[in-house]
Design a protein around this ligand. Structure first.
Ligand code: GLA
Length: 710
């Protein structure tokens, strides 16, 4: 059986070949890319198919690798054997986009439903639902969704990071044994793996066959790659539980988060495209991403209406479309030591409320955005003084503070309702178009006092979704941003509910280049908040030219974090030109295909966006630092129409003095006005000489003879 049965939208898609003939769980014989639903080893004699793997790896089938289901039963006489299951098949239902497999193990008292769904873009997502049908209590320790991987996918890429340094790539050779990345922070985290990607030797952004996995979940999760000398390689993931977290009584069930898989024979860019296409199909996907100004790095906690008005005036002047008031507006919040939990406007700082600022902002033609951190509380807050027991904790021990704050126990209905209603009231009373929803600390010792201190990380995650969903329903016109000290809560679970993410607190554009490049492996650029900061980057102390800062923000969800009250008239005009350039290119940047051509120069990053119909592209040549050679760089432009002729022009402000070989950049673009075919641009590309460090050179590729559309 091939699933999905045919190439749904003609795009290359991850396809499974399954053997569902026996009375046990189907075996997955093959997982790989197919364009028409017929690829794969279907029809091969079974001896040539490779070992394959059961849909749920069980010990009983001679699997000595990490089981996909781990659990045991207590409190029911005669049920001690339930730790080892051997499910038998109850039925398989298949449609064009959904495969449902039902199985049961009556002796263990368990029923299993596995759904595999084909998604736009060529992804597959899978989840298991496990129901306890037996007496007593079934203690679930792990339930993963896992696929087999071809044995030539011999290298593994995933990500790590830190505050102001999210999604640093790391690579390994696949070896025998288990490789496990666990996220135990109660959120994907700043050091989160985000995705695990297997690929053929030497795979890169443009080349190689790759198979990737991501867990669409904003709580604890794990990603796993395992290679066994007998069974080959597998790749998968699931939710991660703290001990005792999931206990099923008879009739209760647990569903895993969706575990999302994608594959590509065109390297990491093909895989990124599959995820971006899926995200663009989501109902919550932003149809339009306004240009933002966020005042956090401009005023910090120092809220002053006249000053904020002045910044808003200047923001409107440069073409900003949304003004966001960050942390510091609510009761007692003069710094980060107090106030979290007290979600009402501080009358000392805002005697007339936020409406005068919001109305000023709106009168200037901009939307008004506001910062919240609903899941958190400072010990120094009215809320905590009134309800010290409302925090997540195990027993009487108060978890170690981080950023002077604790996490509220949203698994308790009264806590959830209190926070929900206070946020709702602020949103009712103030004209708010946008909410930046932050989450600045990990869940540490996340037990609930209402349950004797038992772990409630899963319930907390579900409560967060429920609260956000309820507020979205109550305020349907509001756009939402997911932030967690920067990019600490970026996953497909939260992207089903939000229109933007704050990619990183790192607003130094040089460091940002890498963070955006690799966050875009999972997330489409229109989500990735990218702000022009002040000339001296607050995070690094580095001074960067405006053109470099703005061209770095250009491709994402463009914004400004700079205190515009300190900017000169020349700087404001230059910034306005960049805002205008972003707006003109925005339709292309936020719908096209992300390409990251390989660069032979370690100090040059290449990236860009190619229109879906191949009609145009915008490429960036990012000279990070001094190159070791004078050779310059070849920029290959994939994805254009092979036979069409194109013209290449510079876009944005370009300093025409190149550095290498004393050449000057031709005024009329890298090919000096000569038209080039799409095939030539893909195969040979264009050449850009060595540029000065901290320079971004933009190339706009358009169909020859057409009006320059931007
Ligand atoms: C986090 C966010 C910042 C800002 C501060 C406010 O660090 O990432 O952008 O909102 O909180 O305290």
């Amino acid at each position: 059986m091939i699933f999905p049965p045919r190439g749904l939208d003609g795009c290359p898609r991850l396809t499974l070949e399954l053997d569902a003939d026996g009375d046990l769980l189907p075996r997955i014989l093959w997982a790989g890319v197919s364009t028409d639903g017929t690829a794969g080893p279907s029809g091969y004699p079974s001896t040539f198919r490779g070992p394959g793997m059961p849909l749920l790896g069980e010990h009983a089938h001679e699997l000595f690798t990490r089981p996909h289901l781990v659990g045991h039963r207590t409190d029911a006489p005669g049920s001690d054997a339930a730790w080892s299951t051997r499910f038998t098949l109850d039925g398989v239902e298949e449609s064009d986009s959904l495969l449902v497999v039902r199985a049961a193990d009556p002796a263990a008292g368990l029923a299993l439903t596995t759904e595999i769904e084909a998604l736009p873009g060529g992804l597959l997502r899978g989840r298991h639902t496990l129901r306890s049908t037996g007496p007593g209590r079934y203690h679930l320790a792990a339930l993963d969704v896992v696929l087999p991987a071809a044995d030539d996918l011999a290298e593994l890429l995933d990500f790590t990071g830190r505050h102001e340094g999210e999604r640093t790539p790391q690579r390994h050779l696949v070896t025998d044994g288990l490789w496990l990345r666990e996220g135990r922070e109660g959120r994907p985290g700043l050091s989160g793996a985000t995705t695990a990607i297997l690929g053929t030797t030497g795979f890169g952004t443009r080349t190689g066959t790759v198979l990737g996995v991501h867990v669409a979940w904003s709580g604890n999760s794990s990603l796993r790659v395992e290679r066994s000398p007998d069974l080959g390689t597998t790749l998968g993931g699931g939710e991660l539980f703290q001990p005792g977290e999931i206990v099923l009584a008879e009739g209760e069930e647990y569903a895993t988060p969706w575990v999302v898989f994608g594959a590509s024979e065109e390297g990491l860019d093909g895989l990124a495209q599959a995820f971006h296409t899926y995200e663009r199909s989501l109902p919550a996907h932003p149809a339009h991403q306004p240009v933002v100004l966020n005042v956090w790095e401009a005023v910090w906690f120092d809220h002053d209406l006249p000053r904020l008005r002045e910044i808003a005036d200047r923001a409107a002047r440069v073409g900003i479309e949304r003004f966001v008031l960050d942390d510091g507006w609510f009761h007692g919040r003069r710094d980060d030591t107090a106030g979290l939990g007290d979600w009402w406007i501080d009358p000392d700082v805002w005697p007339e409320g936020l409406t005068p600022l919001a109305e000023h902002v709106r009168a200037l033609g901009m939307q008004f955005g506001l910062w919240f951190e609903p899941e958190m509380v400072n010990p120094d807050s009215d809320l905590h003084r009134a309800h010290p027991d409302w925090i997540l904790a195990t027993g009487d021990r108060v978890p170690q503070l981080h950023r002077h704050q604790l996490v509220l126990d949203l698994s308790r209905p009264e806590v959830w309702q209190h926070v929900h209603d206070h946020v709702h009231e602020v949103l009712l009373a103030t004209p708010v178009d946008y909410v930046k929803w932050d989450h600045n600390r990990e869940l540490l010792e996340a037990g609930s006092g209402a349950r004797g201190g038992a772990s409630v990380v899963r319930d907390q995650t579900l409560a967060f979704y429920r609260m956000l969903d309820s507020l979205r329903a109550l305020h349907p016109a509001i756009d939402w941003e997911s932030c967690a000290s920067g990019g600490g809560r970026i996953d497909l679970g939260v992207l089903e509910r939000t229109q933007r993410v704050w990619t990183s607190d790192m607003t130094d554009a040089l460091a940002r280049q890498h963070i955006q490049r690799w966050t875009a492996q999972l997330v489409a650029p229109e989500y990735l908040g990218a702000h022009v900061s002040s000339p001296v980057a607050h995070a690094t102390g580095r001074t960067l030219p405006l053109d470099f800062r703005a061209a770095t923000a250009l491709f994402g969800a463009f914004g400004v974090e700079w205190d515009l009250s300190t900017a000169s008239d020349d700087e404001l005009s230059a910034l306005a030109a960049w805002v205008d350039l972003h707006k003109r290119f925005r339709p292309l940047l936020h719908s096209g295909r992300v390409v990251r051509p390989e660069s032979a120069d370690a100090e040059v990053l290449l990236h860009g966006v190619v229109a879906d119909d191949g009609s145009e592209a915008l490429l960036a040549h990012v000279q990070l630092d001094e190159s070791a050679s004078n050779r310059g760089v070849t920029v290959r432009v994939p994805g254009l129409l092979p036979d069409a002729a194109y013209e290449l022009r510079w876009a944005g402000p370009v300093d025409h003095r190149a550095v290498s070989r004393s050449v000057e950049l031709p005024d009329n673009g890298p090919t000096g006005g000569v038209r080039v075919t799409g095939a030539a641009l893909a195969a040979r590309g264009c050449w850009i000489p060595r540029r000065r460090p901290e320079t971004i050179t933009l190339v706009h590729v358009t169909r020859a003879g057409e009006e320059q559309p931007r």
